[in-house]
Design a protein around this ligand. Sequence first.
Ligand code: PGA
Length: 249
Amino acid sequence: MRRKVIAGNWKMNMLPNEAMTFIEQITPMVKSTQNEVILCVPYTDLFYCLLGVQNTNIKIGAQNMHWEEKGGYTGEVSAQMLKSIGVEYVIIGHSERRQYFAEKDETVNKKIKSALQHELKPIICVGESLEQREQGKQTEIITEQTKLALEGLDSNQVKKCMIAYEPIWAIGTGKTATSEDANEAIKSIRNEIRNLYGDEVANEIIILYGGSVKSENSKELFSTSDIDGGLVGGASLKPEEFAKICLSV
Ligand code: PGA
């Protein structure tokens, strides 16, 4: 049985004082869960959050990183830098980064390799646009994105990654994929991994659903055969709501 993972993606929200209050409030609410709870926070909150979650079951992730270790890349942060302060996870290839910051499959792949080299666990985002879905191309798009993201990795490295299937049309829109559709899409990603890396990796890898997850739909989504939890944006900004999602399965 795969564990369930609920990861919040705060995006560009939350000042350090707000982040600290959030952590104080959510800690007792989720302390009994066996599910893995992760908060992916802005760079400026990382250090505060890492201090705040000491002696709790909450883990901290970043939302992006650069693939080089150091050098002339003004404004960027490397895997080594994240690791040095105790960050465990990093979101890579979120559709907002692909859409607004020219993130490409090739740079997603470089970032994943660098993250793994520095023992950060990547949460790799894939997902189709509305247009691609309307053309019936979603399976082709997401399996291709998965293949390119993982190119050059061995099975042990792939096992350390999580994948988040996030249809772009469902992000921040209030439109959720039905649990059947989301489960089918995630099955197709798992099958692609089976073809590339075999049964063991396919059965072990954690694959999340993201896109307008809230406490009203999380149980149904997370109770399907292949969805191992969620990557939660808007609903991860309120402690009560996020805790309900964490406890829904
Ligand atoms: P949403 O965002 O839950 O607000 O739709 C999800 C995400 O972008 O990771």
